[in-house]
Design a protein around this ligand. Structure first.
Ligand code: ZN
Ligand code: ZN
Length: 191
């Protein structure tokens, strides 16, 4: 998605971008540690405005993936939503901090800081796809769970605990905090 720097004014402008399969392939390595299928390609809403020479961009994304629950292994649809806000300064004569940033500036006209809230730009036209891709990667679930209360599978017999119960003994180790609480209580009593 291209943004023409000259057309960004003090009054925010709204920009809409819909990604597709090609965009996803090119730009995201999102959620590489588990398998998923994209059910709805991301739609991005971006508001851009100028603050002096800085460019302030804020936006949101909305997508959906079909993915396997990390607890019960059931496949389900998960919304992927996120928001971002970044202020880009003109880089002028400064040197970007690392080779990756130099390359980004050359290719896209922008590079991003580690926290995704600041960065630099150069030139009259910038490609904000790296920003959109980062925001997407951040919004992807880390460990997909079909619902918060999902009980998962029994580690011993494999029964889906959401649907059935089993007679296996629960061998979950006691929380380390339980031991801590006992120690604390002892300390309080002896003081
Ligand atoms: Zn589940
Ligand atoms: Zn069991």
């Amino acid at each position: 998605m291209k943004l023409s720097v000259d057309r960004v004014a003090e009054a925010p402008t709204e920009h809409h971008f819909e990604a597709d399969a090609d965009w996803w392939r090119e730009w995201t390595g999102a959620g590489e540690d588990y398998s998923y299928a994209v059910a709805e390609w991301p739609r991005f809403e971006v508001r851009a405005c100028a603050q002096g020479e800085d460019l302030a961009l804020e936006g949101s994304l909305d997508a959906a993936i079909d993915v396997e629950c990390s607890r019960c292994l059931k496949r389900y649809r998960q919304g992927v939503r996120g928001s971002f806000g970044v202020t880009l300064e003109p880089i002028r004569d400064r040197r970007p901090p690392d080779p990756e940033s130099i390359e980004m500036l050359e290719r896209f006209g922008l590079c991003l800081g580690d926290e995704l809230d600041s960065g630099w730009y150069r030139g009259k036209e910038i490609l904000i796809d790296p920003l959109l891709a980062e925001a997407t990667a951040v919004a992807m679930p880390f460990q997909p769970v079909c619902r918060d209360e999902c009980m998962g599978l029994c580690p011993q017999c494999g029964v889906d605990r959401n649907r059935a119960s089993c007679d296996c003994k629960d061998q979950r180790p006691e929380s380390p905090f339980a031991a801590l609480a006992v120690l604390q209580k002892d300390a309080e009593e002896s003081s």
